[in-house]
Design a protein around this ligand. Structure first.
Ligand SMILES: Cc1cc2nc3c(=O)[nH]c(=O)nc-3n(C[C@H](O)[C@H](O)[C@H](O)COP(=O)(O)OP(=O)(O)OC[C@H]3O[C@@H](n4cnc5c(N)ncnc54)[C@H](O)[C@@H]3O)c2cc1C
Length: 167
């Protein structure tokens, strides 16, 4: 089994779209703080939402830097069932970095919520005015992204020049 690094935006987007949760890492003074969150993704921007107040919002108001990890396709695999170090978790993951910008515009908040909901449902939703006013919408334009696929099939990406192989 191989680990491949994807440099192809389309493949990265496919992996993000398969996830149902992301893990957001922020810097609280000299201590990391990592939380699971739901998300939406569109055009190189990650959308998140939260309550207007809380520890995470306090932290981001001081330091907007964020690292967001996505991981999917988890499948246990091994070469020999008795050999622990032959076990691996097949998976695909994406790590993205950026800065959180809180969106205050009413219509843009609705757009962001629609993007978020699209990650989870094909339904169309309506939101009440108080619901929009009381939700904190975060937008994270991606500054840097990396993507790895663990336990990729050997032949799958042969000839794909957007993929760098590591052994
Ligand atoms: C699968 C999943 C998806 C989620 N999606 C969202 C989302 O889209 N938006 C959203 O706002 N929240 C979401 N949450 C909840 C989120 O992880 C945080 O709990 C929430 O955002 C509040 O964070 P805070 O730092 O403001 O909490 P506060 O209540 O201010 O935190 C107080 C303390 O509680 C502890 N704490 C906070 N959150 C957690 C946690 N998740 N697990 C264990 N301890 C915790 C920490 O020690 C923290 O210091 C999700 C949780 C899960 C499990």
């Amino acid at each position: 089994m191989k680990t491949v690094e994807h440099l192809n935006d389309k493949r990265i987007e496919e992996i993000i779209k398969k996830c149902d949760v992301c893990f957001i890492g922020v810097v609280d003074g000299d201590m990391p703080y990592v939380l699971p969150m739901n998300f939406g993704y569109h055009n190189n921007i990650i959308y998140l939402h939260s309550a207007p107040e809380g520890r995470i919002v306090d932290i981001l108001e001081k330091n907007a830097n964020i690292c967001i990890t996505f991981s999917t396709g988890h499948e246990l695999a091994f070469q020999h069932p008795e050999v622990a170090c032959s076990y691996r978790m097949k998976s695909q993951s994406v790590v993205a970095w950026g800065k959180v910008q809180f969106q205050e515009d009413f219509d843009k908040k609705v757009e962001a919520l629609n993007i978020l909901m699209k990650q989870y449902s094909d339904k169309k939703f309506k939101y009440s005015d108080p619901a929009i006013k009381n939700v904190k919408i975060w937008e994270v334009p991606i500054d840097k992204v990396t993507c790895k696929e663990f336990g990729a099939p050997h032949e799958k990406y042969q000839g794909d020049d957007t993929v760098k192989r590591s052994f």
